[in-house]
Design a protein around this ligand. Structure first.
Ligand code: F6R
Length: 608
């Protein structure tokens, strides 16, 4: 996690770095800092807290034209101004910002301490500054290179030194880093939106590469010193995508963007008449995909919940075994893949370290790997055998919303695509699925037009210490997701269960007035879930049902109903998910929580 930024030009960089850090704040927001160089010496300002806290103590009149900045999600050492980046060496001549983890930092720290270096923070990063000091022989790039050859772990770093005030050196291994090319100025950052305001000319830095940035020039070489020619990419997406656009929070904006995100994810891919899905990007792999005999879906958090839905849909359509694994657990499994196994790795950010590590493991076990991600150019897109993009636009709120429903859609599209390749479903069946699929964005729009009831219901949940989400079949992963959304942004204790499992233990948690949110759309599991609702009602729980608009019966069995539009059963999870995102959003708002930046979390989890 953490976000880094750097800028070298002919104007004051402090406001640019602050602005860029604000756009990276979703990556970590427990402390922040900036180092600038005005030719003679390095000036550092850092603090615990958010970028706004940093801004309050910064001198925005500082006219330095070279600088680096950092927003932190603590791994080594508590969030404090001492542990905030940039970190410096003993002499204060080298300043470093870092995203990643230096795994052998303790051994390096012991060695450097025995040589007389004095450390002032608890971080792993500080060893990099001291290593640069130790390796410096009059060439900053050489010192960074030498330092990096000694470290194990992951990093995206930027280094400045008052010995060479006209250069920034940066490097990457397993943490994202891009360079932005300007006119008489150049930038680097953890992602494109951070610097999109200043340039759209982007170079993606790859693992093992080191960058030398001056005002007028950018050179890239490997850690071993071999020059590398890179392609300049023109970034799409407007700057407004990263603005709140009149909404109080990014999360609310992103919930409302779901119809658009889904339409764009479907665009040019649905062939309703032919009853087929056109994934042009998969054409070269068609034969391999046609012969797949098993699938493992690998993901974390919300993406994992999309994966469970994918399992249900893919098993149903393809009649082959589909497993879902947490990325962080995948490597501890002792099974081997079959010869014709596909690993679908889902990560909206494309940077989640656990998922990247699991994907590497899957590759080494012989899986064909397919990534589903929302971020063009992210690490996963460059490591997977093939990719399917969700086209949700940038998601800033830490709680995933529009990317979740787009992941479900993409998994469903993939299911229909493979089922047609394998000739497992006929044209009419797939045409019907596609027709229902196309209707989903419009149905979400009508749900979003009637949210006052959801807002009102959320206040009832806020009165409780805990709440439970239940569902069966396709509604079970939505119960998990509803609970995750609730706990991560409102901090109300929330758990999701398969409705049928309640009586095997969790029922003991239900006391009078405990809110139980039951996802009970019409379909295969309706009556069984109704039975489970009766069980919790018999224990005096306060039951809120997420039910179809045409379900006039449900009101007899529950205390409150949130209606979602009628839709083919396969797609009701997408509508229920939107309702539950809103429920969590309004509960969190009612409690005054920091919705877009919940405590202890970050959007991109780039550490394992
Ligand atoms: C929760 C949330 C997280 C992410 C998880 C994986 O709202 O956003 O649980 O889903 O950290 O992130 P990606 O999909 O970027 O790999």
């Amino acid at each position: 996690m953490c976000g880094i930024v750097g800028c070298i030009g002919n104007r004051s960089v402090t406001p640019i770095i602050v602005e860029s850090l604000k756009r990276l704040e979703y990556r970590g927001y427990d402390s922040a800092g900036i180092a600038t160089l005005n030719g003679a010496e390095i000036d550092i300002t850092k603090t615990a807290g958010k970028i706004s806290d940093l801004e309050n103590i910064l001198s925005l009149t500082n006219d330095a034209c070279v600088g680096i900045g950092h927003t932190r999600w603590a791994t080594h050492g508590i969030p404090s101004s001492t542990n905030a980046h940039p970190h410096t060496d003993c002499s204060g001549s080298f300043a470093v910002v870092h995203n990643g983890i230096i795994e052998n930092f303790q051994a390096l720290k012991d060695e450097l301490t025995s040589k007389g270096h004095i450390f002032s923070s608890d971080t792993d990063t500080e060893v990099l500054a001291h290593l640069c000091e130790d390796c410096y022989n009059g060439d900053l790039e050489h010192a960074v290179r030498e330092a990096l050859l000694r470290v194990e772990g992951s990093y995206a770093i930027a280094v400045i030194s008052d010995n060479e005030p006209e250069v920034i050196i940066a490097a990457r291994k397993d943490s994202p880093l891009i360079v932005g090319l300007g006119d008489g100025e150049n930038f680097l950052a953890s992602d494109i939106p951070a610097i999109r305001k200043y340039t759209n000319k982007i170079i993606y830095i790859d693992d093992g590469e080191i960058v030398r940035l001056t005002r007028d020039n950018v050179t890239i070489s490997t850690l071993q010193g071999v020059n590398v020619e890179k392609t300049v990419t023109i970034a799409d997406g407007s700057i407004q995508d990263a603005e709140r656009g009149g909404y109080e929070h990014f999360m609310l904006k992103e919930i409302h963007e779901q119809p658009k995100a889904l339409r764009e994810t479907m665009e040019d891919r649905l062939c309703e008449l032919e009853g087929s899905i056109d994934f042009k990007e998969l054409r070269l792999l068609e034969d391999e995909i046609k012969n797949i005999e098993s699938i493992t879906i690998i993901a974390c958090g919300t993406s994992y919940h999309a994966g469970i839905l994918g399992k249900y849909a893919l098993e149903d359509l393809l009649r082959i075994p589909v497993k879902v694994e947490y990325s962080s657990e995948f490597r501890y499994n002792n099974f081997l893949s079959g010869k014709r196994s596909l690993a679908i790795c889902i990560s909206q950010s494309g940077e989640t370290a656990d998922t990247l590590a699991a994907m590497n493991e899957a590759k080494s076990q012989g899986y064909l790997t397919l990534a589903i991600t929302n971020v063009v150019g992210s690490t996963i897109t460059r490591k997977a055998d093939e990719i399917l993009l969700t086209k949700s636009g940038i998601e800033i709120g830490v709680a995933a919303t529009k990317t979740f429903t787009a992941q479900i859609l993409t998994l469903y599209m993939f299911g229909v695509y493979v089922a047609r390749l394998k000739k497992l479903i006929d044209v009419e069946t797939s045409r019907n699925i596609i027709t229902s699929m196309k209707a989903v964005p419009g149905l979400i729009e009508s749900l979003l037009d009637n949210i006052s009831n959801i807002e009102k219901t959320s206040s009832r949940i806020c009165e409780a210490d805990c709440c439970y989400f239940i569902g069966r079949g396709l509604s079970y992963p939505i119960a998990l997701e509803g609970a995750l959304k609730m706990k991560e942004i409102s901090y109300i204790k929330a758990e999701g269960f398969p409705a049928g499992e309640l009586k095997h233990g969790p029922l003991a948690l239900i006391t009078a007035d405990t809110p139980v949110i039951a996802i009970v759309p019409k379909g295969k599991t309706y009556y069984k879930t109704l039975g489970n609702i009766k069980e919790v009602k018999a224990r005096n729980a306060f039951v809120i049902a997420i039910a179809n608009a045409s379900d006039d019966e449900i009101v007899k069995y529950v205390d409150s109903v949130i209606k979602i539009p009628d839709v083919d059963e396969l797609f009701s999870p997408m509508l229920a998910a939107v309702a539950l995102q809103l429920l969590a959003y309004y509960a969190a708002k009612y409690l005054g929580a920091e919705i877009d930046q919940p405590r202890n979390l970050a959007k991109s989890v780039t550490v394992e």
